[in-house]
Design a protein around this ligand. Structure first.
Ligand code: GLU
Length: 316
């Protein structure tokens, strides 16, 4: 597998330009979940390990990160509770829709993984432990603001519409009935919807994901952080794309997490942190154009964690 020393920035810039022009020509663009979203929008940003950022298209447009926030909240919960997190949430792909109630009932209140909604709600419950006051602490926004050194805003429409979140509330109530939620459902939901509503651009998202690509000691990380990043990557690969995770690993071969607003954060370990955004979704709720773009990038650069194929997409 290539290391950071192998990143040829000229080749990478060419690849990104090719991908951007090819994705512009794609006629199949999926369907956006958010009303009024521009199906033609496409942004890509790649931050390589040496700190260089290459970006194209709508790389500065803002979108709500939605489920990608689940990676950041899990990181914070692991920092706070370490392995105790795994007593309350599993690490297996679910094979069921991301908001399945049946799945949670079947597993007696222990969500299959932290990236389905039930899992993320339980993770948020752990995160807000010990917090006093009525205002949601917005842990993920605070961490991202610290990382990026910028003030971030929320998509107020999402906060308003998702705070009702009947299915998510049902999941939280069910988890509570199994004693796997300590706080009131309202408090958990208030924090959860605010992390989903955080607005970032592709450039900001690639920067925010930088810690996930660093896998060697000496990359300003402690041994514990290196191990945590490796484990987060494993979960992103196996559970990061709802019940399309297997297909995504097959096509792209990079640990990644998608969100329902059409963004994907992908990690080429020890090489790059990548963000793409295009609002049209495929049947599993993953960005259709974004997945295609990552598939091309991974092929062109030989970045799949399963080995550098160097085979062009047209050959098969
Ligand atoms: N806020 C959305 C929900 O809770 C997140 C969906 C997603 O991006 O998967 O349903």
């Amino acid at each position: 597998m290539p290391s950071d020393h192998d990143v040829d920035h000229e080749r990478l810039a060419e690849a990104i330009a090719d991908i951007t022009s090819e994705t512009r020509g794609m006629t199949e663009r999926g369907e956006a979940k958010l009303e009024g979203a521009d199906l033609d929008a496409f942004g890509i940003a790649v931050l390589t390990k040496d700190g260089r950022m290459l970006a194209e298209g709508d790389a500065d447009a803002l979108f709500p990160i939605q489920s990608i926030s689940k990676v950041f909240s899990l990181t914070l919960a692991l920092e706070k509770h370490s392995n105790a997190v795994w007593k309350r949430v599993g690490r297996e792909p679910s094979g069921d829709p991301y908001n399945s109630i049946m799945d949670l009932e079947h597993h007696e209140g222990i969500p299959r993984n932290p990236f389905i909604n039930a899992g993320a709600l339980v993770v948020v419950d752990m995160l807000i432990e010990g917090v006093s006051g009525d205002e949601p602490p917005e842990f993920v926004r605070r961490r991202l603001e610290e990382t990026l050194g910028e003030t971030l805003s929320l998509d107020d429409g999402i906060v308003r519409s998702e705070e009702k979140g009947y299915v998510n509330r049902a999941l939280a109530n069910l988890a509570k009935s199994f004693d796997n939620l300590q706080h009131e459902v309202d408090a958990v939901m208030a924090e959860y919807v605010r992390q989903c509503a955080i607005r970032l651009s592709c450039r900001q998202l690639a920067k925010a994901g930088r810690y996930l690509m660093l896998e060697q000691m000496g990359d300003d990380l402690t041994a514990r952080e290196v191990r945590r990043a490796r484990r987060l990557n494993a979960l992103m690969l196996t559970c990061g794309h709802y019940d399309g995770s297997g297909n995504f690993a097959f096509r792209v071969g990079l640990p990644s997490k998608s969100g329902v607003a059409g963004a994907i954060l992908a990690v080429a370990p020890n090489i790059a942190s990548i963000a793409v955004w295009s609002p049209g979704l495929d049947e599993n709720g993953n960005s259709l154009v974004g997945t295609h773009a990552l598939e091309m990038l991974s092929e062109k650069m030989g970045w799949s964690i399963f080995g550098a194929s160097g085979v062009s997409l047209d050959e098969e």
